[in-house]
Design a protein. Structure first.
Length: 165
């Protein structure tokens, strides 16, 4: 069953996914800070992500602006992608964030829905605003958040945020 609900605050769906990505990024960096010291990284996280070092997940956080290769650790068989031409892709240690360009956002979102439900994912909810569409799917192993939006940095995209349960 598909449940549709709008965001009560009117906040853009892309903001929700950005928050999820940032939260996952904090988990991957192994941050142990409290609300009072959110900027304090753990000793295992690099102090400067552009210094060419690797994060706690072993992901190269070097200064290449791309991060456009789908990580080898991405579970392609379990969470199929509609395309391999990412404009941004990163293994966060607790999941993955993959951003794919699109010329047909609605068509790509429909294709993703078919691929994920075909793999046994249930659609938990969906929300569409003027800023984009946000849909969450889940199964026993993963929660997958899909956002379709127009971004400042990459133009029209669909973004996968895949989280290990």
């Amino acid at each position: 069953m598909t449940r549709s609900r709008g965001l009560a605050t009117g906040a853009p769906a892309a903001g929700v996914v950005l928050l999820a990505t940032l939260l996952l990024g904090g988990c991957a960096a192994g941050g142990t800070g409290t609300v009072g010291d959110l900027g304090t990284p753990s000793s295992s996280a690099p102090s400067d992500p552009t210094d060419g070092s690797t994060g706690s997940s072993g992901t190269d956080l070097g200064n290449d602006a791309g991060h456009t290769e789908i990580p080898a650790t991405y579970p392609r068989d379990d969470v199929p992608l509609i395309d391999d031409d990412a404009v941004f892709a990163v293994d966060l240690g607790t999941g993955w964030s993959i951003i794919l360009p699109t010329d047909d956002r609605a068509g790509d979102l429909a294709q993703i829905d078919g691929l994920l439900t075909g793999k046994g994912f249930a659609q938990d909810f969906t929300s569409t605003t003027a800023d984009g569409t946000f849909t969450q799917y889940s199964n026993e192993t993963y929660t997958v958040q899909i956002t379709g939006s127009d971004t400042t940095d990459f133009g029209e995209v669909v973004q996968y945020v895949v989280v290990l349960k």
